[in-house]
Write a protein that binds this ligand. Sequence first.
Ligand SMILES: [Zn+2]
Length: 660
Amino acid sequence: MRGAGADLADTLPGGFMRRSLSVSAVILLTALASASATAQTAASSWIVDNHGRTAGTMEVRRTRDSMIVRHIYTDRNRGGRVETRYALGPDGGVRGGEQRAVLPDGSAGPATERFEVVGDSVRFSFGTAPTATIARTASSIVGLRGGTPFEQAMVARTLLALPDRRGSMIAGGDLRASIIADTTFRTNGRVQRARLVMMQRGTTRNHQGVWLDEKGELLATDVQWFITVRRDVTALLPVFRAIELKWRAAQGEALAKTAVTATNTHIAIINGDVFDSEAGVLRPAQTVLVRGDRIVAVGAAETVTIPAGATIIDAKGKTVMPGMWDMHGHTQVGQQAGLGLTQLANGLTTVRDMAADMDVAVSIRDRERAGKLATPRLVLAGFIEGPLAWAGPTEAIARDEAEARAWVSKYAANGYKQIKLYNVVHPDLIPTIAAEAKKHGMLLSGHIPRGISIEAAVALGYDEIQHAAFLFSNFFPDSLYLPTMRAYSQVATAVAPTFDVNSAGMTKLLDFLKARGTAIDGTFNLWIGGGGAIVGAGGSTNQMKADSAYMQLIRRLYAHGIPLIAGTDNSSGSTFRRELEMYEMAGIPAPRVLQIATIDAARFMKDAADYGSISVGKVADLIIVNGKPSEKISELAKIETVLRAGRRYDVDTLRARLNR
Ligand SMILES: [Zn+2]
């Protein structure tokens, strides 16, 4: 959606323009001209905010015949480095645009996207794809599909000027804008206007928002980990945030009402083959009776009395199993829109969040538990990071023992079950954090902070490690620094193809982890296969060699009896089944894989009294699969129905609700 405004290019001098162009094009050109003209002033320079810390900037430079936008910010070892350029005509109108990456030396890389206006059509190209030409219509928005927040604001401004506030990006799909808030604020002694404009692409549920000032220029982007905001209004971010989160909350609750399938107080699932996750076996032709949010009976049909008026779900030939746990999720504001529905549709009834903004995560957790949201139940781990430029996207920075304790206590007070440490936490703070976490009965896990080994982190109190790649980078400690600070993932990617997983060193590490009962949240779906490769086949390419190494690692972890924790590291759960398929491919029997995704996760989080198996008294978190996942994990592609605390979600309905 980060594209330039409608008909940017069609800016021939004076009268001609007025004769051939639609009203909206005229509006856009004027707005663009004014925007770029003022971009020179201080008021129009933007910073990229990372939870109160400045992570980067957005600058606009304009000359008589060009405009250049640069949006650069640091996000760990990555971040945005984008430049967009526009050719302007003598009347200030845009003739064309292109997008480039900004290289480490500050120069601009080759164009990754380009468009040029040629009469009533536009020529555009993406990457290496051949140039295409498309005719413009009155509502087409000509601009870059990628771009920066500057372009985002331009598209929003353009849509507001179009009839019905609808337009279509050249080669980018339909867009619709709506003004969610229109308010004023005082800055620099004068009253200014601020509008929150939400843009919706096509019929999807995802809304992307921008705050615009009275001239339609960017004030701030919407709630995300990194927010681009005009330098002089950073103090307004909390106000903007409150307004947006309130709106998204209402959207989420309205959506939940349409996503759930009504049932009676009692639900009877009959004739289904129940996967007994505690025993790891299938019990054929059972009846499961649910009342409200709890399972009240499970057994052979003749042993369960179904009350009159119960909602009946016939699961003949289908598998009824506990809902699954994505143990490595990241909660975004979009969880209340499409992401939560997608997670449910993937059979996830619980998600353990491993880093999110506290206000967003706590609000979604609590409203879901109150039955107001159609998302999985959330179990929260509190993210803590150290104070360096490489610090991850969080407000929870611990510079000393006092701050570290304060964050652990704050998380504990908000019902968090775990603490997760990140890349640049000072190792000397780990004992303090471990002691405080234990005091609150919380688990401790994380990335392995720079400067220490896995063995040291576990000795200092870690119960679990995030990301299997650390089991490789652990053997190359200096590589994490020399010649520049490098992410563990880069090191692991470099060494994995040649790594000897059967080495004595790895055996010693696995023996150590086994002895300490340390669990591994491997997120293998991140490291294996780049999605496409034939996993585990070995072969010539580095990726295939790395795949084999990771598959062998899964095998060795399992053979050592080291607990495997299944997670995606994303917000939709889209790769959860793939994570489980890799465990199966590595030789772990399918029933055992299902146990990892259900009862093992519940036990690890000390939640097995209420979750993780289909047993009398437990919360009715279960899924109905039109297949045999306890024989083949890929059968989890056939999930039909999900019960979350007795609330019924049919997957067809969930998928339909993803689009308005
Ligand atoms: Zn993560």
